[in-house]
Structures are given as structure tokens and as C-alpha cells.
Design a protein around this ligand. Structure first.
Ligand code: ZN
Length: 409
């Protein structure tokens, strides 16, 4: 069976940009390999969720991988925490967290505690604590980042953030977003944890040292994105595909891990503009005989759009294109099924995700070519795939492998 390689450029889609002569960054980019692949493939427009929906990256990825977010999504926290290496259990409530700096009146001075080098010591201080029979699991991420998981009975994700999301505002108490007792008691645990964190962190020697150096202290935990860990059928159970994930950023590794994919680390894969994309693509090719499905995530296209940098986005696409050379020959020889798309449009002029559809191509084994010979938002309007929803993509790819179950007799 031919292996499937799915490459998602985060926030790949864009809008016509004045500085690019009203082309999109993808249209303006010189990208001979991606154009060649689109030419030998079938192209179209992907609605990750459905027309008119502006997706977040978390639900967009779930949908593309065939997990309807209506049933498989209850907040972002679990995917982040999973990406930090926490083994989640059904019913856990997880958060994304930052170490932050507050003054004595609990006004937020810095939401990232001066991008402190490490949150390791602080995570260890609270990891394993018990509050009202709820176990606290804390795991350090890069710099100020820290994931928090609550484990216990009757927890609810229907609670508000403690992060005010802006500086010069007081920290927030978590409050229940529904009337039920579970959300009330969970919010109470979070507030007790916040008090305890301040007491433990504020006087810590690391902070005394930082104070002396005039650096912002890491004396508070700002929590956001509460989510509940649900029950997930693994990718193998759902599709009978042995799957691997190659990604730099934690969220995508976390989603893949929760879906039972193997996470393959590549040195220098950071999810940033200087990420080792050459290494990621090489690794995907090396893995392809051993895995049926390899998901490769590339983040910088989204970050550059959110920073309002369409020209940099175009340059990044051009740089990345050269690493697709080995995929072109594999596709031409029909040795793989390659699909390249985005999880949503991120409009560089607006610096936000939008509901605009995203270009997609599928090339390689079994593909019936269309007449499109360029990979772009407008060229793909003429593609043979037409408009496709995220929920249908994996089934389309499995059909190319010849593994779709017969309907009827
Ligand atoms: Zn995204």
C-alpha cells in the first residue's frame, strides 16, 4: 500500500496583498516544486470545518484528521498539555499556562515574567499537589510556558481563565461558566491553586535573585484555555493506518499524540521561521515505508501572517519549496500519496484567521490529474477536487490507497 504524506502549512491561505501586486503570498512565491506537484496532482479548495466557519488551529486539525470537533473538542488545554508530554486521562481538565509577574495588588506587570529562561523549578513546586481531592499535574514548556492538568472526579472545563490577557489589569478569579456544581467546585480548585502558587513562588530564591537583577519575577500562574480530555478512538482504530507526526510546535504534537500517532522528533524542528524543514521532509520520506500515514506540520506561515508580514510569508514559502524536491520524484513515480494544504486562511492584512477556503492538492498514486498547473488560492478554484470539507479528506486519501470499504454489495 502506498504511504500517505499530509503536509499542513499552518495558516497557508491568504488574501490579495497590495505590496504583492494584489497577489497572495502563495501566489506571488516562486515555488517550482509545489507548482509542479499541483500540476501532476488534483487541486481544489478546502473548507476545514464548513463554509463560513473561522477555525482555530486546534479544531481545524481535528477536522482535517477526520475527528469532528463537535464530538472531539472540549477546549484547547488537553492538546497543549499532551504536547508538553503529560499523559492525559479521560475526564482530566487541562490548561495552557504562563508564568507571569504581578505586583502586590495582583496587577499583571508582565504576562511572561520577562520570558524567564525556564519554568522547570516552578512546575516542580506544584506538581503533585492535592487540592480538595484534585491532583495537580504541572509540566514546564519553553521559557514561561507551563501546562497544568487537574485530575479527579467530577471536574468541569466550563470555567473562565485567570489570565486577563492584557497587562496593567488585575489577575482574574476563575468563575464557573455554567450553573452546575462541577464547574463551581473546579473553579474553586483553580482559585485555591492560584493563591498557593503566589505564596510558593513569590518568595522563591530564584525570584529573590531576579528581583536583585531588576528582572520581572515569576510569581503568578496565568491560566487559559480550559479543556476536558475526552475519549478518542485512535487513528489506527479509526482508519487502520499506522500514523506518525513530525511537528515543532506543542499543540500539533499534542493533537497527534492524543490520536495515538507516534511523535517523531527532528533536530531543529522548532515551529519557528528557522525550523529544520529540510530535516522534517527528509524524515517523512525515511519513515514512509514503515508508516501508512505521516503528518508533517509547518507553523511559520501562520505566525508570519499573524505578525502582518506577507512578504516574509512569501519568502518563507519560497525557502521551504526547495525542500520538496525529493517528494517530486516520489510523486511522479506514484510511490506515495502526497497532499499539501493549510488548516485555515490567516489574512496577513487583518492578522487573523478567516473563514476563506484554503488551496489543496493531492498528488501521486491513483490521482487523476486536473488542468491546474500552479498552487495558489485562485488557480485551485479551477481544480478537479472542487470544494472539499476537512471531514472528507482522509476518506479521499484512503480511497486512493484502494482501502475504502464497499458500500452495498
Ligand atoms: Zn492554524
Amino acid at each position: 500500500m502506498k504511504p500517505i504524506i499530509l503536509v499542513i502549512f499552518d495558516g497557508l491561505g491568504d488574501r490579495p496583498i497590495k505590496a504583492l501586486n494584489f497577489q497572495t503570498p502563495l501566489e506571488a512565491a516562486k515555488k517550482p516544486n509545489l507548482d509542479k506537484l499541483a500540476e501532476v496532482g488534483i487541486t481544489g479548495l478546502l473548507h476545514t470545518i464548513e463554509r463560513g466557519v473561522r477555525p482555530g488551529s486546534d479544531v481545524a486539525h481535528l477536522a482535517i484528521l477526520g475527528y469532528n470537533p463537535k464530538f472531539y473538542y472540549a477546549g484547547r488545554g488537553p492538546f497543549e498539555a499532551s504536547g508538553y508530554g503529560i499523559q492525559l486521562q479521560e475526564g482530566d481538565v487541562a490548561f495552557r499556562g504562563n508564568l507571569g509577574t504581578v505586583d502586590k495588588n495582583f496587577i499583571v506587570i508582565d504576562r511572561r515574567a520577562g520570558r524567564i529562561e525556564s519554568s522547570e523549578v516552578f512546575a516542580e513546586l506544584i506538581n503533585g499537589l492535592e487540592i480538595d481531592e484534585v491532583k495537580i499535574i504541572a509540566r514546564a514548556g519553553l521559557n514561561h510556558r507551563i501546562a497544568i492538568v487537574l485530575r479527579g472526579n467530577n471536574l468541569s472545563e466550563k470555567i473562565s481563565d485567570t489570565d486577563p490577557h492584557v497587562v496593567d489589569h488585575p489577575v482574574k478569579k476563575s468563575y464557573p461558566l455554567t450553573e452546575d456544581n462541577n464547574s463551581k467546585s473546579t473553579a474553586l480548585v483553580v482559585n485555591k491553586l492560584s493563591d498557593k502558587v503566589y505564596r510558593l513562588f513569590n518568595k522563591h530564591p530564584i525570584n529573590k535573585e531576579r528581583e536583585k537583577k531588576g528582572l520581572p519575577v515569576a510569581n503568578y500562574l496565568l491560566l487559559r484555555g480550559a479543556g476536558k480530555m475526552l475519549k478518542y478512538e485512535s487513528f489506527l482504530e479509526k482508519y487502520n493506518l499506522k500514523a506518525a507526526c513530525i511537528a515543532g510546535a506543542g499543540l500539533y504534537k499534542g493533537i497527534a499524540k492524543i490520536l495515538g500517532m507516534e511523535i517523531i522528533e527532528v533536530e531543529g524542528a522548532t515551529g519557528k521561521i528557522d525550523s529544520n524543514i529540510k530535516g522534517k521532509i527528509k524524515k517523512a520520506i525515511d519513515l514512509s515505508p514503515a508508516y501508512d500515514f505521516i503528518f508533517v506540520h509547518i507553523k511559520a506561515t501562520d505566525s508570519l501572517s499573524e505578525d502582518g508580514e506577507p512578504i516574509q510569508k512569501k519568502i518563507f514559502i519560497e525557502k521551504t519549496d526547495q525542500f520538496f524536491t525529493p517528494l517530486v520524484s516520489l510523486v511522479k513515480n506514484r510511490e506515495i500519496i502526497l497532499t499539501v494544504t493549510g488548516d485555515h486562511t490567516t489574512a496577513s492584512d487583518l492578522k487573523i484567521h478567516t473563514a476563506d477556503e484554503v488551496p489543496i492538492f493531492v498528488a501521486g498514486f491513483g490521482v487523476r490529474t486536473d488542468k491546474v498547473n500552479k498552487f495558489g488560492e485562485r488557480s485551485c478554484q479551477n481544480g478537479g477536487l472542487g470544494h472539499i470539507e476537512g471531514a472528507n479528506l482522509i476518506d479521499f486519501l484512503i480511497n486512493l490507497r484502494g482501502e475504502t470499504k464497499l458500500y452495498g454489495n
